[in-house]
Every structure is written in C-alpha cells, then in structure tokens.
Write a protein that binds this ligand. Sequence first.
Ligand code: NDP
Length: 447
Amino acid sequence: MAYDYDLFVIGAGSGGLASSKRAASYGAKVAITENDLVGGTCVIRGCVPKKLLVYGSRFSHLYEDAVGYGWSEVEPSLNWQKLIEAVNTEVLRLNQLHISFLEKAGVELIEGYAKFIDSHTVEVGDRKITADKILIAVGAKPEKINIPGIEHSVTSREMFHLKEQPKKMAVWGGGYIGVEFAGILNGVGTQVTQIIRREQILRGFDQDICSEIQAGMIKHGIEIRTNTTVEKVEKVSEGLKLHLSGENAEPLIVDTFLCATGRKPNLEGLNLENAGVETVKGAIAVSANCRTNQPNIYAVGDCIDKKNLTPVAIAQGRAFADTEFGNIPRTISLENIASAVFSNPEASTVGLTEAEAREKFGDSIKCYRDKFRPMFHSFTGADEKVMVKMVVESNKDRVLGVHMVGKDAAEIIQGIAIAVNMGATKADFDRTIGIHPSTAEEFVTLK
Ligand code: NDP
C-alpha cells in the first residue's frame, strides 16, 4: 500500500526534531506535527529558558563576590520584566530557527494535534494522513496533585511568563524542577520556601550530592520544610495561604506557589487505543530499539519515561532513524548518562551513586571524597564549598561514578563522563596530570 509519508512524527520537541531530520537525510519522505511552538519542552518551556534564568539569577552573588577583589559595593536591582522578555525573545528566535532547520532538511511541518485513527493513519484537524512508520515524541507535562485550591498554583510552564517577580514564593517538590526554580528565585531576591515530603531533596542522587546542595541552599537563605506536605491552598487578601501537614506545618502565606511534584507523559487525546499501542504506568511501552507493541510505531523521549533528559531523546530519535531509514541498526545505552542540576550550588553526576554501587558490588566499593573552598572564594568571604566524589570498584579499580557539587560542575563532569564511559580506572585518573590551579584537577589528585 502507498502511504502519504514514509515517516510521520508526532511532536516537534527534541526527540521528534532530531529523528525527522535524520530520517529525511536518508531520503525518507517525512512530516512532523506540533500543536504548540516548535522546539518542545526543552527549547520552549524547559532547559533553555531555565538555564537563561539561572544565568540571570547568578549576578547577585557576583556583585557581592567582586567586593573582596577591590570592586566598590553597588546596590544591584533587577528588572524582572526585562529578564523575562529577553528570555522569551530568545525562545522565539530558537523556535524560528528550528522551523528553518526542518525546512532545510525537507521535513514537512503540519500544525495541529494528531490523533490516531489506526496504526497507519492519524488525523490532524480535518486531514487524514497515512504513514508507513509513525514516531510518537510527545514528551511529558507537569502533573499537579489534586488538593483543594491547587488551581491557584503555577507549574514550571507558567514560571517563564510571570508578569512580576514573586516576593514570597513556595515551591512544592524536591526534584530537579523544584530545586532549580528555588535557586533561581532565591538568586533574584525572592523569599523562597521549599516544601518536601522527605528529609532530603533530589531522591535518587548520590547522598553526598543531596546533602551538599541542600546545605548550600539553606546557606543561601532558602527555607526548606522537610517531612512536610501541602494539604490545601486558600486565596486570602495577602496572597495564597498554604495549609501544611507534617513536621513543619505552620501555615505559609506567599504570593506565588509553584507545584513541581512531577511530570507525566503527554498521551491524552492521542487515541493510542485506536492504533493498539500499549502503555505501562501511563507511559508508552517500548523495546530497547524504541519500538512499541505495534511493529510500525515507535516512541522516544519523555513519553516513554525512561531517562527524561533532552540529549537522551535526541539520541533515541537518531538511533531510530539510523536503524529504520539508514540501515545502521543501533540502540542507545541508558548507562553512564551524565546529568546536572542547575541549582545553586550546581551539581553534576555520571554513573552509579555510592548506594547503587554498594548494592551491585557489595563491599568491593571504595569511595574517594574531598570538600574544599574553591580558590575563587579566597577573597569573597562567602562560605562556598566544592564537593568532589568518586565511586570505584576496588577489585578492578574501575571508576563507576563521579559526582560533584559546586561551580561549573556540569562543565567539568561532561568531560569526565567520556572517561567513565570508556571504562577508566582510578589509576587512569591518577596518571593524568592536572590543570593548575583549577577545581577540576581535584579529580586527578583524589586520595
Ligand atoms: P521529579 O519527579 O524529579 O520530582 C518530583 C518531586 O515532587 C519529588 O521531590 C517528589 O518527592 C515530589 N512529589 C511527588 N509526588 C508528591 C506528592 N504526592 N506529595 C508531595 N510531594 C510529591 O519531577 P520534576 O518535575 O522535578 O522533574 C521531572 C523530570 O524532568 C525529571 O525526571 C528530569 O529528568 C527532568 N528535568 C531535568 C532537568 C535537568 O536535567 N537539569 C531539569 C528539570 C527537569 P519524592 O522524591 O519523595 O517522590
């Protein structure tokens, strides 16, 4: 049977864009559909605008730090509207850039919401479109917890469009998004309270990373209400009153309440059942090569809920296109993927946490750890520390995990991730001569 397209991609975010362009480069006839701005979560309402806000928020500390180096004191003030406008202008520039990349690659962009009619047919608006292969790359969206008054909260999506800088803000959730926004708002001078249901933020990260970031956030003035949760949100004349329960349950009055309690795959309305596509726990079920239970339908990125990071979605999308259209069969390993939390202090990590390594290798684990004041802070008077940690399997001397909290952690760990992926040993690190003076050299001198 002749189809309208060789490949139809649903969702023009990181995974969808990468796979559609790669498939087209092999001569496939490709269309992609998007019902929002082309670019997806990362470009439009995630990583990119978030990182720009992180940069914007860090100047307050730099002004203070400069004084120790002889610069005169200034009383900095932030024009929030200007910052938000600049971020959104950049987002729109990138959106246009991605549209032009699609054009250049020969991928047809179809605006609208795609719904499955059957396993080879989708409906977008009043168009029925058939395709040999279909790739679902619809991402995920924030999920609010259903408590009374939750409609008064915002999600990360709205944070990029707040007309005014919050004066007092509460953040609910201790994951990446909650921790990063708490740092951004604290940096621009908002009074921030973070509410987490456990003792510590960032479940799943190495214990030392969690403790160091949490201690750093508290030092910067963020109040963290641990073992506490939100029961109800009430609109009152001063703003929003949060009724809490748990260890630190005094009610809290804020003007902005960010609900950052997790995300879920964006599958509503896709009519997956019409195509017979299986889901597990609300995510699309796929095999190692990202194929669903339907032989011609694939899925990549956050909608499969495996490792929800932009570069992973891109890698999965390209591997799919190489395999199916380029005759280069390959799959992506989800091991040793480096990631960062752009909190303040920043953290980055690759490989196993100490707890994961101990579970896998028992007593044959050796950890090397150091904590020190970075040279930059010699004159600033700031109580800032860097923590570096290496988890090693002592029988083979193999480095299983590397973790860091401190300035430029993401930039440093990215390079180290190559060594870890190549199977580097502690001796390989030790043999490497350091760059002096630098923070990163600590990784080759750990004792
Ligand atoms: P996460 O799942 O990482 O964190 C959700 C937080 O909300 C956790 O602290 C969780 O607590 C808490 N929570 C969940 N349910 C409840 C509840 N019923 N009551 C109280 N608290 C609750 O979600 P995020 O939204 O922060 O991030 C989503 C994904 O986005 C991440 O997995 C990450 O992959 C990606 N991301 C990556 C970034 C990066 O690479 N820098 C930045 C931002 C997002 P508990 O731990 O106890 O379950």
